[in-house]
Design a protein around this ligand. Structure first.
Ligand SMILES: Nc1ncnc2c1ncn2[C@@H]1O[C@H](COP(=O)(O)OP(=O)(O)OP(=O)(O)O)[C@@H](O)[C@H]1O
Length: 283
C-alpha cells in the first residue's frame, strides 16, 4: 500500500424528490490507498450504493467531490470497474465473448487480436472459469456468472474495483468459494477494492478497513475499523482467532447497539437472541 489513490472529501448528495430535496448522505471523508480492500457496511437504505455510485461516476455529488489521481470523478470510466449483485452479463454472448466485449472497448488500440485472446483466457483462468469459456449465462450457475462478471471487470485492468454486494445473491457455500477467490486474486494483483456488504463475517475476512455508516437520511461514516489480521487469511483459522471475534463484535456493536435500526418490539426479541451477523432488511 503506497499513496492515496482515491479521496472523498466532504461528499454529500441531495436527490430531488416530490417532497423536495432528499439528503441521502453527507460529509463523507475517506482516503483509499492503492492496494487497500475497503468494505462499506450499514443498515439497508443508509446510502452505501449511493456512495459507491459516486465513486463509479454514476451519481454526481452535490457537495464536495470524489478525486482520483488529483482529478475529479464526473463520469464512469474503465479505471473504476463495477461488479453488481446480479452479474449483468449479456445473455446472448458466451462467457468469453462477454469479457471480450469489455476488453475490446478498453484495449482495441493497444492490444493485438492475439494479445486480447490471451488476456481474456488469463482472466477466465484467474476466476477458475476456463472450462466454461464457451457457455452462455443461462447455461452456468449463479456463482459461475458472478465469477465471469468479476473476470470481465478485472480484464479492464481497473485501478479500482467497485463491488456492490457481489455475493449477495449466492448460497453460503458458493459465497465462501468466491470470497476465497477474491482474496486469492487480490493477493496476486494487489487490486484496490471497495465492496458493499451486509455480511459482517465477509467484511472482517476480506477487508483492510471496514467503513461503517450511520443510518440515513443524511447518513455519514460513523466509524472506520482497521482489520489488521495477517494475510493470507483462512476462514478456518479465523474461526479460532480471538482477534477475529473482537473485530466482528466491534462491527456488531456499531450496527446493533450504537446505530441500531431495530424497532422496539423486534429489539426485545433481539435481546434474547444472539445478534445476527447479517444485516437484513428486517433489522
Ligand atoms: N435517485 C434517487 N432519488 C431519490 N432518492 C434516492 C435515489 N437513490 C437513492 N435514494 C435514497 O437514498 C437513500 C440511500 O439509498 P442507497 O441505495 O444508497 O442505500 P443502501 O445503503 O445501498 O441500501 P441497501 O443496503 O438496501 O442496498 C435511500 O433512502 C434511497 O431511497
Amino acid at each position: 500500500m503506497e499513496h492515496t489513490l482515491l479521496e472523498l472529501s466532504q461528499v454529500g448528495i441531495e436527490f430531488p424528490t416530490e417532497n423536495g430535496p432528499f439528503c441521502a448522505v453527507q460529509d463523507i471523508n475517506l482516503k483509499v490507498k492503492k492496494g487497500e480492500f475497503i468494505s462499506l457496511i450499514g443498515h439497508s437504505g443508509c446510502g452505501k450504493s449511493t456512495v459507491l455510485n459516486m465513486v463509479a461516476g454514476l451519481n454526481r455529488a452535490t457537495r464536495g467531490g470524489v478525486v482520483m489521481h488529483g482529478k475529479e470523478v464526473t463520469e464512469p470510466g474503465p479505471e473504476r470497474a463495477v461488479v453488481f449483485q446480479n452479474h449483468s452479463l449479456l445473455p446472448w454472448l458466451t462467457a468469453y465473448q462477454n469479457i471480450e466485449l469489455a476488453v475490446k472497448t478498453v484495449f482495441k488500440s493497444t492490444m493485438s487480436k492475439g494479445e486480447m485472446k490471451e488476456w481474456i483466457h488469463h482472466n477466465l483462468n484467474l476466476v477458475h472459469m476456463t472450462h466454461a469459456a464457451d457457455k452462455r449465462p443461462s447455461e452456468i450457475s449463479g456463482g459461475m456468472k458472478q465469477r465471469v462478471g468479476i473476470a470481465r471487470a478485472l480484464a479492464m485492468k481497473p485501478e479500482i474495483l467497485l463491488m456492490d454486494e457481489p455475493f449477495g445473491a449466492l448460497d453460503a457455500l458458493t459465497r465462501a468459494h468466491l470470497q476465497d477467490s477474491v482474496m486469492e486474486i487480490q493477493e496476486q494483483l494487489n487490486n484496490t477494492i471497495i465492496m458493499i456488504t451486509h455480511d459482517v463475517d465477509e467484511a472482517v475476512l476480506l477487508s483492510d478497513r471496514i467503513v461503517m455508516m450511520t443510518n440515513g437520511p443524511a447518513a455519514t461514516i460513523g466509524e472506520i475499523l482497521t482489520v489488521d489480521l495477517p494475510r493470507p487469511r483462512n476462514r478456518i483459522a479465523m474461526a479460532e482467532s480471538t482477534d477475529y471475534y473482537q473485530l466482528r463484535s466491534q462491527v456488531l456493536s456499531f450496527l446493533y447497539e450504537k446505530h441500531s435500526k431495530i424497532e422496539p418490539l423486534k429489539k426485545e426479541r433481539h435481546k434474547s437472541n444472539r445478534p445476527e451477523a447479517v444485516v437484513s432488511e428486517a433489522s
